[in-house]
Design a protein around this ligand. Structure first.
Ligand code: AKB
Length: 316
């Protein structure tokens, strides 16, 4: 019987992944944790506890006591916030991952680890279109540097100690349940919230800045699929590229007008423009597609329809 630990269960990915994993593995077998309170459905549909991944002693006790077999470590300081406090972000992102890798090495029950990487591992010298799986990687943000170093550590723990760690390079994720916090791709969530709340959005990127994006349901499916594969089916223990849909603020704004004809967008690029300009427009995810027939299901129209419908209900 699998027992799953989610670290960062109150976050944008964790709050949705926890519910999906509880449906698959049983509600009492998915232990949701965070350093802050989680949404009520996460707290009430199974075990939830405050847990700080930086506290390695508490972490290892929790994992042994609850006979944890799979860990999803989703906590991180995202790209925008990391630029404000680079050394603190580096320490949090790296030390938390090292704590998880060490626990997975030491505790025999732990069979698998999921840790998210990001398109932020790429930099301005990576091809901007269809960034290959293996390519030049010179990230210029502290978040990107921590993700690239993290990928290398994951592969190191696999090769050296046999730790079965799996990862995806997530693009920007669009979701209505929990707002994103501190990333460069946050505009693609904020735009829908502000469209529903006030009919207008002040965007922190230029109108034509295209970035890789994905609807949360697709990201959850990609993650669960990856974790359900046999160990022998995983050829990469750094992180797989996964591609969704490449979107600019102007394209999303235009699509929102199907629902809110008077929607107005204005552009005031800030420091996050430089981050966005260093990332690719889309990525080549042939390796992930060949591995488990991965493919995104949500088009821009379906994303917009779902976001507007769900947020209208939520914010009513
Ligand atoms: C961010 O914008 O920092 C994240 C990411 C692309 O990893 N959403």
């Amino acid at each position: 019987m699998d027992n799953i630990l989610i670290i960062g269960a109150a976050g944008q990915i964790g709050s949705e992944l926890t519910l999906e994993l509880r449906n698959i593995y049983g509600h009492n077998h998915v232990f949701a944790t965070d350093i802050k309170d989680a949404p009520s459905d996460v707290r009430e549909s199974g075990p939830f506890q405050l847990l700080d991944v930086m506290d390695d002693k508490h972490l290892i006790h929790f994992i042994i006591r609850n006979r944890i077999t799979q860990i999803y470590h989703l906590a991180a300081v995202l790209s925008g916030n990391a630029e404000k406090l680079p050394t603190a972000a580096w320490q949090i992102n790296m030390n938390s991952l090292m704590n998880i890798l060490e626990v997975a090495r030491l505790v025999e029950d732990v069979e698998k680890v999921f840790w998210p990487s990001s398109i932020a591992v790429f930099g301005p010298t990576t091809p901007r279109k269809m960034a290959p799986q293996i390519t030049v990687m010179e990230p210029v943000t502290v978040y990107g540097i921590s993700k690239l170093a993290g990928e290398r550590w994951c592969e190191y723990y696999y090769r050296r100690y046999g730790v079965d760690v799996r990862s995806l390079r997530y693009p920007g994720l669009i979701s209505y349940k929990t707002e994103a916090g501190g990333g460069t791709t946050d505009w693609a969530v904020e735009i829908y919230y502000d469209a529903v709340r006030q009919g207008s959005y002040r965007c922190f990127l230029k109108e034509d800045t295209k970035l890789p994006m994905m609807f949360m349901a697709d990201a959850i499916r990609a993650t669960v699929n990856l974790m359900e594969l046999q160990r022998s089916e995983i050829s990469l223990h750094s992180a797989y590229n996964i591609n969704g849909i490449s979107l600019s603020p102007a394209e999303v704004a235009e699509d929102i007008k199907r629902h809110i004809p008077g929607f107005a967008i204005s552009y005031y690029p800030d420091f996050r423009q430089d981050i966005a300009d260093s990332w690719p427009e889309n990525v080549d995810d042939t390796m992930a597609r060949n591995r488990d027939h991965w493919g995104p299901q949500y088009s821009l129209k379906e994303i917009t329809d779902t976001m507007i419908t769900e947020l209208t209900r939520k914010l009513a």
